[in-house]
Design a protein around this ligand. Structure first.
Ligand code: DAH
Length: 342
């Protein structure tokens, strides 16, 4: 028997060394070690051997099986490496000067709208600031006058990290940091990605974009806010828009407003987009709450200011006629084609 196993071992070693492809190796493996393989047959027929010999034979066969398995595994690695090297070599031969066949990407609709708006604000002397996506609870809530047990927190449930930080729910989270960085007077916008723990539907996503703005100086009043918003929004929509304010509550502004613009599609006459109202609700805003100024290190006796929050995702949807917010995060290139960006 010893002799027989030795022969099998030698034969198999030669077979393994001759294999050149992983597929053939797999085939060989099942031939050698499978049900019909010689070794399995020996084990099956153990009964035909002398009883005293059986354990010894069984062990020898199993040892050999294991040895063969290891050899096959080793060979597999060698073949894999060879294949990889071959691929790398052939890819090096790619001619990079050939024209690109694959489709090129384009800027995301939100990025396009964001850049347009940034440009408009830059021409008015605003700086464009970066906000963090991971924020402290203080910046996202407390510093904008939403203390721990304030009901406004309910509407902005978000994702919390184990270290107590959170994914910011609003671009307002950057207000405090920016006030501390520049002091007053101050003119800044800060676009950014926001997150909320939402039930998803066509107008709610767990990830969306806002663009926030702040202007702080001496004697800033609601009149400044109205004039400023009217001019800026007319510039963004490239149409002379009228604006109106309705009272709105946000803990970080006092007074706070919902700002509507006259419908840019029907010019106020009433259409499907404005639901026959002639107005479109566009932008919450207000005069920055003195407490928020103070927390930002700004003397609220000397300075006042306004803040506003534009929904960037919403603006992109309006600009490109997208009716489902979820498409913006879908990564589906067909969306770009459909809205005519590509
Ligand atoms: N942060 C608010 C939100 O996400 C939007 C907002 C409202 C921003 C009023 C402002 C503001 O700056 O003045 O719901």
């Amino acid at each position: 028997m010893e002799e027989k196993l030795k022969k099998i071992k030698e034969k198999v070693e030669i077979q393994i060394s001759q294999v050149e492809e992983i597929n053939s190796l797999e085939k060989l493996k099942s031939e050698i070690l499978g049900r019909k393989g010689e070794l399995t047959q020996i084990l099956k027929n153990l009964k035909s051997y002398d009883e005293s010999q059986r354990p010894k034979i069984g062990k020898a066969v199993n040892d050999l099986k294991r040895l063969i398995e290891n050899k096959i595994e080793e060979k597999k690695q060698v073949l894999k490496n060879q294949e990889l090297n071959k691929r790398l070599e052939s890819e090096e031969k790619v001619d990079f000067s050939l024209p690109v066949k694959e489709e090129l990407g384009s800027l995301h609709p939100i990025t396009i709208v964001q850049r347009e708006i940034e440009e408009i604000f830059r021409t008015m002397g605003f700086t464009v600031e970066d906000g963090n996506e991971v924020e402290t609870e203080y910046n996202n809530f407390e510093a904008v006058n939403v203390p721990k047990y304030h009901p406004a927190r309910d509407m902005q449930d978000t994702y919390w990290l184990e270290n107590g930080q959170l994914l910011k729910t609003q671009t307002s989270a950057a207000q405090n940091r920016i006030m501390k960085k520049y002091g007053a007077p101050l003119k800044a916008i800060f676009p950014g990605r926001c997150f909320r723990n939402e039930d998803l539907d066509a107008s709610h996503e767990n990830t969306f974009f806002q663009l926030e703005g702040m202007m702080i100086d001496k004697d800033i009043s609601v009149a400044n806010l109205i004039y400023f918003m009217k001019t800026t929004l007319s510039e963004i929509f490239k149409k002379d828009l009228r604006v109106r304010l309705r009272p709105g509550f946000f803990p970080f502004v006092e007074p706070g407003f919902e700002l509507d613009v006259s419908c840019m599609y029907c010019e106020g006459k009433g259409c499907k987009v404005c639901k026959q109202a002639g107005w479109i609700e566009l932008c919450p805003c207000g005069l920055i709450h003195p407490k928020v100024l103070k927390m930002g290190g700004i003397d609220s006796e000397k300075y006042s200011g306004f803040a506003f929050g534009l929904g960037l995702s919403r603006l992109a949807m309006m600009k490109y006629g997208i009716t489902d917010l979820r498409l913006l995060n879908s990564g589906d290139l067909r969306v770009l084609k459909q809205i005519g960006i590509k």
